[in-house]
Ligand binder design. Structure first.
Ligand SMILES: [Zn+2]
Length: 91
């Protein structure tokens, strides 16, 4: 998350991170970039989707490599230490 912000700020210093939502155990970023050009917008989207993909494979508690777990109807990406008694999520 912090890393993504640094990366995006380099790309577009005026970008505004609208909303970060947890969705199906991963993160989804909603951003708005003023003064954008199509080229930069495409690049921006690539970086955002990269981090979205990454968020599906790291623990949301500690950032260690994780897998998806389901508990009480919620899917979370966690390492084994933080799985908190959840069941592994079968794709
Ligand atoms: Zn963890």
């Amino acid at each position: 998350m912090c890393k993504m912000n640094e990366h995006l700020e380099k790309l577009e210093p005026y970008y505004i991170l609208h909303q970060v939502k947890e969705k199906f155990g991963g993160l989804r970023y909603y951003t708005h970039t003023p003064n954008r050009t199509n080229d930069r917008d495409d690049l921006f989207r690539v970086v955002v989707s990269y981090y979205e993909t990454l968020s599906f494979s790291v623990c949301d508690q500690c950032g260690e490599p994780g897998t998806r777990w389901i508990k009480g109807g919620y899917v979370r990406t966690r390492c084994r230490d933080h799985s908190d008694g959840a069941d592994p999520c079968e794709e």
